[in-house]
Design a protein around this ligand. Structure first.
Ligand SMILES: Nc1ncnc2c1ncn2[C@@H]1O[C@H](COP(=O)(O)OP(=O)(O)OP(=O)(O)O)[C@@H](O)[C@H]1O
Ligand SMILES: [Mg+2]
Length: 357
């Protein structure tokens, strides 16, 4: 549904240059909810603004629903009209709602339809239908100042849907809202995704958002996408940083010379007593440092951080056993777990991607 190739954006101010996007290849499938994560300044907003050409990319292409938007940009009047038409199929929701305070709720929702020169009766019909869809049928005549934050965002979403978009872009739509309101807005987005088959790309700082509603996700750093895929696939990828953040199991190693391992259980493996089997078969004492269970994309997934006695070299066979059971096993780097100075809190072990594959 959305594909970018080599998307690059360089901001120039005076003689300073900032490369906000550095060759991003993104692929969002039709009908999915796609989360974009990353620290402040990673390039998330720039990326999402380039998807509807609110921001003009320096190079690279953006294709939405089969139309190459970058090819339409800046090529005369006819291409300009084609770009406007293509954009009307991409809705956008903002962190601070961006409602016009002098207009009623209904008039805010009608705004994009006015720009598309839809006649008054049809505009009114459409706006009321959308307000009903987002649960605000009784607020049509209210002004934004009379609404709560969550209600304002519902108006923002209704307005974004006015052009019957195939794609909805959302830049931290819930970060100005309290947790409960956040949940209800997320549920609304998920419902719209399922009822209307809407493809949604959302930027978020919250891992919970990804777990609750995203089918796929990408992690950005320094203008690049460093990890991407389905959430279930990422959780099954050894060493995935997103998987670790989605599923922090924590737990400090109890001392030197031990092997710390993160084990991820999928599907039926989640309910088998694999750890006790391992302990019996190889007569090893296993300490469980942390564990978490969750439902991701409707499937149950568990993660556990365990500690085996002895260094990694002595644990090749038990680790092999776990892998034979169909479990994903990531070995934490012993060096990272033992270098902490005395008295300091040991850092969470970082995962060694190449260990014992
Ligand atoms: N209009 C602009 N002019 C110059 N530099 C910009 C502009 N917009 C963004 N940048 C720079 O581009 C980089 C990426 O910014 P962007 O807003 O995309 O980050 P972000 O991931 O959305 O961050 P945040 O989580 O804080 O919203 C940053 O270094 C930022 O300072
Ligand atoms: Mg941003």
């Amino acid at each position: 549904m959305i594909t970018t190739t080599g998307l690059t954006k360089v901001y120039r101010s005076g003689d300073r240059e900032v490369t906000a996007l550095d060759g991003v290849d993104l692929h969002v499938r039709e009908g999915e909810v796609y989360g974009v994560l990353g620290q402040s300044g990673a390039g998330k907003s720039t990326l999402i603004r380039c998807l509807n050409l609110l921001e003009r990319p320096t190079s690279g292409t953006v294709t939405v629903a089969g139309t190459d938007l970058t090819a339409l940009a800046g090529r005369g009047e006819r291409a300009g009209a084609a770009l406007r038409a293509a954009r009307s199929h991409i809705g956008m929701v903002f962190q601070h709602f961006n409602l016009l305070s002098s207009r009623t709720v209904q008039d805010n929702v009608e705004l994009p339809l006015e720009i598309l020169k839809v006649d008054r009766r049809e505009r009114s019909r459409k706006a009321l239908e959308l307000l009903d869809l987002v649960g605000l049928a009784d607020k049509a005549k209210a002004y934004p100042a009379q609404l709560s934050g969550g209600q304002k965002q519902r108006v923002g979403i209704a307005r974004a849907l006015a052009g019957d978009p195939k794609v909805l872009l959302s830049d931290e739509a819930t970060s100005a809202l309290d947790p409960e309101t956040t949940r209800s807005i997320l549920q609304l987005l998920r419902d719209l995704n399922q009822q209307l088959g809407l493809t949604i790309v959302l930027i978020t700082h919250e891992m919970d958002v990804v777990k609750t509603i995203c089918d796929s996700a990408a992690l950005m750093k320094g203008g690049r996408v460093v990890e991407s895929g389905t959430v279930a696939g990422l959780l099954a990828t050894p060493g995935s940083e997103l998987a670790r953040e989605l599923f922090p199991v924590g737990g400090e190693p109890s001392g030197d010379g031990r092997t710390v391992v993160d084990v991820t259980f999928h599907g039926s493996a989640a309910t088998r007593p694999v750890i006790s089997e391992l302990s019996r078969t190889y007569n090893v004492d296993i300490s469980i440092l942390g564990a978490a269970m969750d439902t991701v994309g409707g499937k149950q997934i568990g993660r556990m951080r365990i500690e085996l006695p002895g260094p990694f070299e002595e644990n090749v066979v038990p680790i092999g056993f776990l892998r034979e059971q169909g479990l994903q096993v990531d070995v934490a780097d012993a060096a990272d777990t033992t270098d902490a100075p005395a008295g300091a809190t040991a850092p969470a072990p970082t995962l060694r991607k190449d260990a014992a594959k």
